[in-house]
Write a protein that binds this ligand. Structure first.
Ligand SMILES: [Zn+2]
Length: 122
């Protein structure tokens, strides 16, 4: 999975997808690797109508985000201000990171620095 919990992603398809000018973004609440899906805050929200019950005297609406396919989201790049395709690489100090394939800025560490992957050995 190229998306992790707490990532900011852009939703590119579905009812909640935005436009080029105003992309729809949200924070990843949960990753479901087995299903290849992610739950994104505020995206693909469904409402469940509840009748008044003993636990909930008022009844009403309960909203809940449903998982969306991970292929429908792209990691958001703050520099490009849109969802982008990402790559992985080893940085100079040997940590693995994700980067934006468009502007090549780092999009966060995936692992700690490891000597064997460092380009400049200390
Ligand atoms: Zn970028």
């Amino acid at each position: 999975m190229h998306i992790r919990k707490d990532d900011i992603v852009e939703v590119i398809t579905g009812d909640d997808s935005g436009t080029k000018k105003s992309p729809t973004t949200g924070r990843v609440l949960r990753v479901l690797p087995d299903e290849g899906k992610v739950v994104v805050e505020g995206i693909n929200r469904v409402y469940k109508h509840l009748k008044p019950s003993r636990q909930n005297a008022q009844g009403g609406r309960l909203s809940k985000e449903m998982p969306v396919d991970v292929s429908n989201v792209l990691l958001y790049c703050a520099t490009c201000r849109r969802g982008v395709r990402i790559g992985r690489r080893y940085a100079a100090d040997g940590h693995k990171e994700r980067y934006c394939k468009k502007c090549s800025n780092s999009l966060g560490k995936l692992s700690n620095a490891r000597q064997r992957y460092a380009t400049k050995r200390t």
